[in-house]
Ligand binder design. Structure first.
Ligand code: ASP
Length: 323
Protein backbone atom coordinates (compact mmCIF):
# COMPACT_ATOMS: atom_id res chain seq x y z
CA UNK A 1 0.00 0.00 0.00
CA UNK A 2 1.20 3.45 -0.86
CA UNK A 3 2.70 5.24 2.15
CA UNK A 4 0.43 8.30 1.76
CA UNK A 5 -2.68 6.11 1.56
CA UNK A 6 -1.58 4.35 4.74
CA UNK A 7 -1.09 7.66 6.54
CA UNK A 8 -4.49 8.86 5.36
CA UNK A 9 -6.13 5.63 6.51
CA UNK A 10 -4.44 6.01 9.86
CA UNK A 11 -5.81 9.56 10.24
CA UNK A 12 -9.22 8.37 9.16
CA UNK A 13 -9.14 5.60 11.80
CA UNK A 14 -8.09 7.87 14.66
CA UNK A 15 -10.49 10.52 13.42
CA UNK A 16 -13.36 8.06 13.63
CA UNK A 17 -12.39 6.71 17.05
CA UNK A 18 -11.87 10.20 18.47
CA UNK A 19 -15.19 11.35 17.03
CA UNK A 20 -16.74 8.23 18.57
CA UNK A 21 -15.26 8.96 22.00
CA UNK A 22 -16.32 12.60 21.77
CA UNK A 23 -19.86 11.59 20.93
CA UNK A 24 -20.34 9.60 24.10
CA UNK A 25 -23.07 9.39 25.19
CA UNK A 26 -25.21 9.26 22.10
CA UNK A 27 -27.97 7.01 23.44
CA UNK A 28 -29.74 5.98 26.63
CA UNK A 29 -27.52 4.67 29.47
CA UNK A 30 -28.79 1.79 31.60
CA UNK A 31 -28.07 1.78 35.33
CA UNK A 32 -28.21 -1.79 36.59
CA UNK A 33 -29.58 -1.92 40.14
CA UNK A 34 -29.07 -5.23 41.96
CA UNK A 35 -32.34 -5.12 43.94
CA UNK A 36 -36.09 -4.74 43.26
CA UNK A 37 -37.79 -1.54 42.22
CA UNK A 38 -39.17 0.57 45.05
CA UNK A 39 -36.32 -0.15 47.49
CA UNK A 40 -33.61 2.22 48.68
CA UNK A 41 -30.91 1.27 46.16
CA UNK A 42 -33.45 1.74 43.39
CA UNK A 43 -34.51 5.11 44.84
CA UNK A 44 -30.92 6.40 45.06
CA UNK A 45 -30.09 5.14 41.57
CA UNK A 46 -33.13 6.83 40.04
CA UNK A 47 -32.29 10.13 41.74
CA UNK A 48 -28.69 9.93 40.62
CA UNK A 49 -29.68 8.84 37.11
CA UNK A 50 -31.94 11.86 36.64
CA UNK A 51 -29.24 14.32 37.69
CA UNK A 52 -26.34 12.56 35.99
CA UNK A 53 -28.44 12.13 32.85
CA UNK A 54 -29.05 15.89 32.76
CA UNK A 55 -25.29 16.49 33.06
CA UNK A 56 -24.64 13.99 30.26
CA UNK A 57 -27.52 15.32 28.15
CA UNK A 58 -28.97 11.85 27.82
CA UNK A 59 -31.45 9.66 29.61
CA UNK A 60 -30.32 7.22 32.27
CA UNK A 61 -32.80 4.46 32.94
CA UNK A 62 -32.80 1.89 35.72
CA UNK A 63 -32.90 -1.86 35.13
CA UNK A 64 -33.59 -3.89 38.26
CA UNK A 65 -31.72 -7.19 38.14
CA UNK A 66 -32.65 -8.56 41.55
CA UNK A 67 -31.69 -11.81 43.28
CA UNK A 68 -28.90 -13.62 45.12
CA UNK A 69 -27.99 -10.53 47.17
CA UNK A 70 -26.88 -8.51 44.12
CA UNK A 71 -24.57 -11.13 42.59
CA UNK A 72 -26.81 -11.85 39.57
CA UNK A 73 -26.69 -8.18 38.59
CA UNK A 74 -22.92 -8.00 39.10
CA UNK A 75 -22.42 -11.00 36.80
CA UNK A 76 -24.65 -9.41 34.20
CA UNK A 77 -22.68 -6.14 34.27
CA UNK A 78 -19.35 -7.99 34.16
CA UNK A 79 -20.50 -9.61 30.91
CA UNK A 80 -21.93 -6.41 29.36
CA UNK A 81 -20.21 -4.50 26.53
CA UNK A 82 -17.62 -2.08 27.96
CA UNK A 83 -19.02 0.91 26.09
CA UNK A 84 -20.35 3.11 28.90
CA UNK A 85 -23.98 2.30 28.18
CA UNK A 86 -24.23 -0.14 31.09
CA UNK A 87 -23.30 1.23 34.50
CA UNK A 88 -23.65 -0.54 37.81
CA UNK A 89 -24.96 0.99 41.03
CA UNK A 90 -24.07 -1.16 44.00
CA UNK A 91 -23.44 -0.72 47.68
CA UNK A 92 -21.47 -2.23 50.56
CA UNK A 93 -22.79 -5.66 49.50
CA UNK A 94 -20.33 -5.67 46.62
CA UNK A 95 -17.53 -5.87 49.20
CA UNK A 96 -19.13 -8.51 51.45
CA UNK A 97 -20.13 -10.91 48.65
CA UNK A 98 -16.57 -12.24 48.10
CA UNK A 99 -16.59 -13.48 51.72
CA UNK A 100 -20.21 -14.62 51.80
CA UNK A 101 -20.27 -16.60 48.56
CA UNK A 102 -17.97 -19.57 48.11
CA UNK A 103 -18.08 -19.02 44.37
CA UNK A 104 -18.92 -15.82 42.54
CA UNK A 105 -19.69 -15.71 38.81
CA UNK A 106 -17.41 -12.64 38.44
CA UNK A 107 -14.23 -11.15 39.85
CA UNK A 108 -15.05 -8.11 42.01
CA UNK A 109 -11.76 -6.34 41.32
CA UNK A 110 -10.77 -7.52 37.84
CA UNK A 111 -14.12 -7.42 36.03
CA UNK A 112 -15.08 -3.81 36.81
CA UNK A 113 -13.75 -0.28 36.49
CA UNK A 114 -14.76 1.98 39.38
CA UNK A 115 -16.27 5.40 38.57
CA UNK A 116 -16.62 6.80 42.07
CA UNK A 117 -18.28 6.72 45.45
CA UNK A 118 -21.84 8.07 45.47
CA UNK A 119 -22.97 8.37 49.06
CA UNK A 120 -23.27 6.86 52.47
CA UNK A 121 -26.65 5.90 53.91
CA UNK A 122 -27.43 5.37 57.58
CA UNK A 123 -29.57 2.34 58.38
CA UNK A 124 -32.46 2.14 60.84
CA UNK A 125 -33.74 -0.76 62.88
CA UNK A 126 -37.53 -0.84 62.50
CA UNK A 127 -40.38 -3.20 63.34
CA UNK A 128 -44.01 -3.66 62.37
CA UNK A 129 -46.23 -1.12 64.08
CA UNK A 130 -47.76 -3.53 66.58
CA UNK A 131 -44.51 -5.28 67.52
CA UNK A 132 -44.47 -5.71 71.32
CA UNK A 133 -41.26 -3.78 72.12
CA UNK A 134 -41.22 -0.03 72.51
CA UNK A 135 -37.47 0.59 72.60
CA UNK A 136 -34.20 -1.19 71.85
CA UNK A 137 -33.83 -2.67 75.35
CA UNK A 138 -37.31 -4.20 75.14
CA UNK A 139 -36.60 -5.38 71.59
CA UNK A 140 -33.48 -7.23 72.70
CA UNK A 141 -35.28 -8.83 75.64
CA UNK A 142 -38.22 -9.81 73.45
CA UNK A 143 -36.07 -11.26 70.66
CA UNK A 144 -33.99 -13.30 73.12
CA UNK A 145 -37.13 -14.69 74.76
CA UNK A 146 -38.92 -15.43 71.48
CA UNK A 147 -36.09 -16.38 69.14
CA UNK A 148 -38.04 -19.33 67.69
CA UNK A 149 -40.88 -17.15 66.56
CA UNK A 150 -39.46 -13.73 65.59
CA UNK A 151 -38.29 -13.09 62.06
CA UNK A 152 -36.27 -10.44 60.30
CA UNK A 153 -36.75 -9.42 56.68
CA UNK A 154 -33.73 -8.80 54.47
CA UNK A 155 -32.79 -8.55 50.80
CA UNK A 156 -30.83 -11.82 50.69
CA UNK A 157 -27.32 -12.92 51.51
CA UNK A 158 -25.02 -10.07 50.59
CA UNK A 159 -27.58 -7.31 51.03
CA UNK A 160 -26.94 -4.49 53.47
CA UNK A 161 -30.06 -5.49 55.39
CA UNK A 162 -28.61 -8.98 55.70
CA UNK A 163 -25.31 -7.64 56.98
CA UNK A 164 -27.00 -5.39 59.52
CA UNK A 165 -29.22 -8.25 60.74
CA UNK A 166 -26.17 -10.48 61.06
CA UNK A 167 -24.36 -7.83 63.11
CA UNK A 168 -27.44 -7.44 65.29
CA UNK A 169 -27.63 -11.22 65.93
CA UNK A 170 -23.99 -11.25 66.83
CA UNK A 171 -24.30 -8.17 69.07
CA UNK A 172 -27.14 -9.71 71.09
CA UNK A 173 -25.75 -13.26 70.73
CA UNK A 174 -29.05 -14.66 69.57
CA UNK A 175 -29.98 -16.35 66.30
CA UNK A 176 -33.43 -16.04 64.80
CA UNK A 177 -35.14 -16.63 61.47
CA UNK A 178 -34.44 -14.35 58.52
CA UNK A 179 -36.70 -14.00 55.51
CA UNK A 180 -34.97 -13.09 52.23
CA UNK A 181 -36.66 -10.89 49.63
CA UNK A 182 -35.34 -9.62 46.31
CA UNK A 183 -35.08 -6.16 47.77
CA UNK A 184 -36.26 -4.28 50.82
CA UNK A 185 -38.95 -2.49 48.80
CA UNK A 186 -41.11 -5.64 48.86
CA UNK A 187 -39.84 -6.45 52.37
CA UNK A 188 -41.15 -3.09 53.59
CA UNK A 189 -44.57 -3.89 52.12
CA UNK A 190 -44.69 -7.07 54.19
CA UNK A 191 -43.49 -5.22 57.30
CA UNK A 192 -46.29 -2.70 56.83
CA UNK A 193 -48.72 -5.57 56.30
CA UNK A 194 -47.50 -7.27 59.50
CA UNK A 195 -46.24 -10.42 57.71
CA UNK A 196 -42.70 -9.97 59.09
CA UNK A 197 -41.53 -8.61 62.44
CA UNK A 198 -38.55 -6.37 61.91
CA UNK A 199 -35.83 -5.20 59.54
CA UNK A 200 -32.65 -3.16 59.49
CA UNK A 201 -32.61 -1.15 56.29
CA UNK A 202 -31.36 2.02 54.65
CA UNK A 203 -33.00 5.11 56.12
CA UNK A 204 -33.90 6.11 52.57
CA UNK A 205 -36.44 3.27 52.66
CA UNK A 206 -37.62 3.61 56.25
CA UNK A 207 -37.82 7.35 56.84
CA UNK A 208 -41.20 8.06 55.27
CA UNK A 209 -42.77 5.12 57.17
CA UNK A 210 -41.12 6.25 60.43
CA UNK A 211 -42.37 9.80 59.96
CA UNK A 212 -45.87 8.56 59.12
CA UNK A 213 -45.84 6.39 62.27
CA UNK A 214 -46.36 3.24 60.21
CA UNK A 215 -43.38 1.38 61.71
CA UNK A 216 -41.67 1.33 65.10
CA UNK A 217 -38.10 2.61 65.14
CA UNK A 218 -35.37 1.53 67.58
CA UNK A 219 -32.30 3.41 66.38
CA UNK A 220 -29.96 4.41 63.59
CA UNK A 221 -26.83 2.42 62.86
CA UNK A 222 -24.42 5.34 62.52
CA UNK A 223 -22.16 6.78 65.20
CA UNK A 224 -24.09 10.04 65.21
CA UNK A 225 -27.79 10.74 64.80
CA UNK A 226 -29.25 11.35 61.35
CA UNK A 227 -30.23 14.99 60.82
CA UNK A 228 -33.49 14.01 59.11
CA UNK A 229 -34.45 11.92 62.20
CA UNK A 230 -33.22 14.03 65.13
CA UNK A 231 -35.35 12.24 67.75
CA UNK A 232 -34.18 8.75 66.85
CA UNK A 233 -31.22 7.60 68.99
CA UNK A 234 -28.21 5.80 67.60
CA UNK A 235 -28.14 2.07 68.43
CA UNK A 236 -24.97 2.84 70.40
CA UNK A 237 -26.85 5.38 72.55
CA UNK A 238 -29.83 3.04 72.89
CA UNK A 239 -27.77 0.18 74.32
CA UNK A 240 -25.54 -1.50 71.73
CA UNK A 241 -22.08 0.00 72.25
CA UNK A 242 -19.85 -0.23 69.20
CA UNK A 243 -22.68 -1.08 66.81
CA UNK A 244 -21.92 0.79 63.63
CA UNK A 245 -22.60 0.16 59.96
CA UNK A 246 -23.65 2.36 57.06
CA UNK A 247 -24.29 1.66 53.42
CA UNK A 248 -21.69 3.17 51.11
CA UNK A 249 -22.63 3.21 47.46
CA UNK A 250 -20.44 3.11 44.35
CA UNK A 251 -20.77 3.35 40.59
CA UNK A 252 -18.93 0.94 38.23
CA UNK A 253 -18.65 0.00 34.56
CA UNK A 254 -17.41 -3.25 33.00
CA UNK A 255 -13.64 -3.63 32.72
CA UNK A 256 -12.03 -2.37 29.49
CA UNK A 257 -14.39 0.58 29.22
CA UNK A 258 -12.40 3.31 27.39
CA UNK A 259 -10.71 5.91 29.59
CA UNK A 260 -12.49 8.78 27.78
CA UNK A 261 -15.86 7.25 28.65
CA UNK A 262 -14.83 6.73 32.28
CA UNK A 263 -13.65 10.35 32.50
CA UNK A 264 -16.99 11.57 31.12
CA UNK A 265 -18.91 9.48 33.69
CA UNK A 266 -16.69 10.67 36.55
CA UNK A 267 -17.30 14.30 35.60
CA UNK A 268 -21.05 13.73 35.35
CA UNK A 269 -21.08 11.94 38.73
CA UNK A 270 -19.23 14.84 40.36
CA UNK A 271 -21.58 17.38 38.74
CA UNK A 272 -24.62 15.41 39.93
CA UNK A 273 -23.32 15.11 43.50
CA UNK A 274 -22.72 18.87 43.65
CA UNK A 275 -26.28 19.58 42.54
CA UNK A 276 -28.16 21.30 45.42
CA UNK A 277 -31.49 19.62 44.62
CA UNK A 278 -29.90 16.15 44.65
CA UNK A 279 -28.01 16.89 47.87
CA UNK A 280 -31.21 18.12 49.52
CA UNK A 281 -33.10 14.97 48.51
CA UNK A 282 -30.22 12.74 49.66
CA UNK A 283 -30.21 14.61 52.96
CA UNK A 284 -33.94 14.06 53.44
CA UNK A 285 -33.30 10.35 52.86
CA UNK A 286 -30.52 10.09 55.46
CA UNK A 287 -27.86 9.91 52.75
CA UNK A 288 -24.59 11.82 52.76
CA UNK A 289 -23.42 12.60 49.21
CA UNK A 290 -19.77 11.73 48.47
CA UNK A 291 -17.29 14.60 48.24
CA UNK A 292 -15.69 15.43 44.88
CA UNK A 293 -12.44 13.74 46.03
CA UNK A 294 -14.33 10.55 46.83
CA UNK A 295 -16.37 10.56 43.63
CA UNK A 296 -13.31 9.30 41.75
CA UNK A 297 -12.14 5.89 40.48
CA UNK A 298 -9.08 5.98 42.77
CA UNK A 299 -11.14 6.62 45.91
CA UNK A 300 -13.70 3.90 45.08
CA UNK A 301 -11.01 1.36 44.14
CA UNK A 302 -9.25 1.95 47.45
CA UNK A 303 -12.46 1.91 49.47
CA UNK A 304 -13.74 -1.28 47.82
CA UNK A 305 -10.51 -3.11 48.57
CA UNK A 306 -10.36 -1.93 52.17
CA UNK A 307 -14.01 -2.94 52.72
CA UNK A 308 -13.39 -6.42 51.27
CA UNK A 309 -10.53 -6.76 53.78
CA UNK A 310 -12.54 -5.27 56.63
CA UNK A 311 -15.57 -7.58 56.31
CA UNK A 312 -13.76 -10.85 55.48
CA UNK A 313 -12.75 -11.73 59.08
CA UNK A 314 -16.08 -10.54 60.52
CA UNK A 315 -18.06 -12.71 58.09
CA UNK A 316 -15.70 -15.65 58.62
CA UNK A 317 -16.24 -15.39 62.36
CA UNK A 318 -20.02 -15.27 61.86
CA UNK A 319 -19.76 -18.44 59.72
CA UNK A 320 -22.32 -17.38 57.11
CA UNK A 321 -21.79 -18.77 53.61
CA UNK A 322 -23.69 -19.46 50.44
CA UNK A 323 -22.74 -21.88 47.69
N1 ASP B 1 -31.84 -2.25 51.11
C1 ASP B 1 -31.53 -3.43 50.41
C2 ASP B 1 -30.32 -4.05 51.03
O1 ASP B 1 -30.52 -4.59 52.04
C3 ASP B 1 -31.45 -3.41 48.98
C4 ASP B 1 -32.57 -2.71 48.27
O2 ASP B 1 -33.67 -3.24 48.13
O3 ASP B 1 -32.28 -1.63 47.84
O4 ASP B 1 -29.23 -4.08 50.55
Amino acid sequence: MDKIVRVLLCFAFFGVSLAHAEQYPSKVITIVVPFSAGGPTDTSARLLGQTMGAALKTQMIVENVAGAGGTIAAAKVAGSPPDGYTVFFHHIGFSTAPSLYRKLPYDTIKDFEPIGLIGDVAMTLVARKDFPAKDLKELITYVKANKEKVNLANAGLGAASHLCGMLFMSAIQTEFTTIPYKGTGPAMNDLLGGQVDFMCDQTSNTISQIKAGKVKVYGVTTKTRVSALPDVPTLQEAGLPGFEVSVWQGLYVPKATPKAVIDTLVKALQTALADPALRKRFDELGTEAASKENATPEALRKHLKSEIDKWAPIIKKAGVYAD
